[in-house]
Design a protein around this ligand. Structure first.
Ligand code: CTP
Ligand code: CA
Length: 222
């Protein structure tokens, strides 16, 4: 889609968005990943573009993609690749939405060749990936707005607020898997947005496009 009519609310702003899962190779044919499809991140990228921003989307392996040609897409696979791409792009970004479901762990020493079942691999040794959002929070500049996401299944609000503080973000979007109609792969979502300055907004269950609009509106307003 070539989009001619764009709003000017975000014109002049560089927006960076990460989306989707990452895949952490075990050997050349196997990986560790999660159920993220990237839909929420794509909706955010498209909405920011339609509101006039210059948009870069750093995408893990996605089930869906954007049809808007004006969005600059950088494809990555692993958390390490996503980290590198983010560090390259972040310096020139005004607003960063870290919507990707980055793997927390990766195999410590991925095999060069396919692991044979006769090798009797009974233990998988993992190591932590870099927390990209924390890394971006640690070098955040005055002109930058950093938006993190939190997926929680218990003590949701307290855990989300803790993440916002520990990762030095300006906003945190809490995804709750407990709500029917919210979560992986669906076209709808229900989130609660918090700002570091203490505001809170519960966004009712609706399409991810509408949720993206609400998130952007809240960020601009606060
Ligand atoms: N995140 C990241 N790099 C990682 C892990 C997470 O940048 N290696 C980011 C996610 O993109 C999200 C935020 O951190 O914006 C919170 O992710 P989440 O998985 O909810 O929290 P974690 O800090 O990974 O903690 P846990 O999974 O233990 O709840
Ligand atoms: Ca995590």
């Amino acid at each position: 889609i070539q989009t001619t009519f764009r709003d000017t609310i975000l014109s002049g702003k560089h927006v960076l968005i990460t989306a989707g899962p990452t895949q952490e190779l075990l050997d050349p044919v196997r990986y560790i990943s999660n159920f993220s499809t990237g839909k929420m991140g794509i909706c955010l990228a498209e909405e920011c573009y339609l509101q006039g921003a210059e948009v870069t989307l750093i995408a893990g392996p996605l089930q869906v993609s954007t049809h808007i040609q004006g969005i600059n897409v950088v494809n990555v696979r692993s958390a390490a690749e996503m980290e590198l791409a983010c560090l390259v792009q972040a310096a020139s970004s005004d607003i960063i939405f870290m919507a990707a479901a980055v793997a927390d762990y990766r195999p410590a020493s991925p095999a060069k060749e396919k692991i044979k079942k006769s090798e009797a691999m009974s233990t998988l040794v993992l190591e932590k990936t870099t927390d990209i959002l924390s890394a971006l929070g640690a070098v955040k500049k005055a002109h930058q707005t950093l938006v993190g996401f939190a997926l929680e299944t218990e003590n949701e609000e307290a855990n989300a607020l803790k993440k916002m503080q520990q990762k030095n973000t300006d906003f945190i979007v809490l995804n709750s898997l407990k709500e029917a109609g919210a979560g992986f792969g669906l076209d709808t979502n229900q989130v609660t947005i918090f700002s570091a300055s203490g505001e809170k907004k519960k966004v009712e269950l609706q399409s991810k496009v509408e949720v993206a609009k609400e998130i952007i509106e809240f960020v601009i307003a606060h």
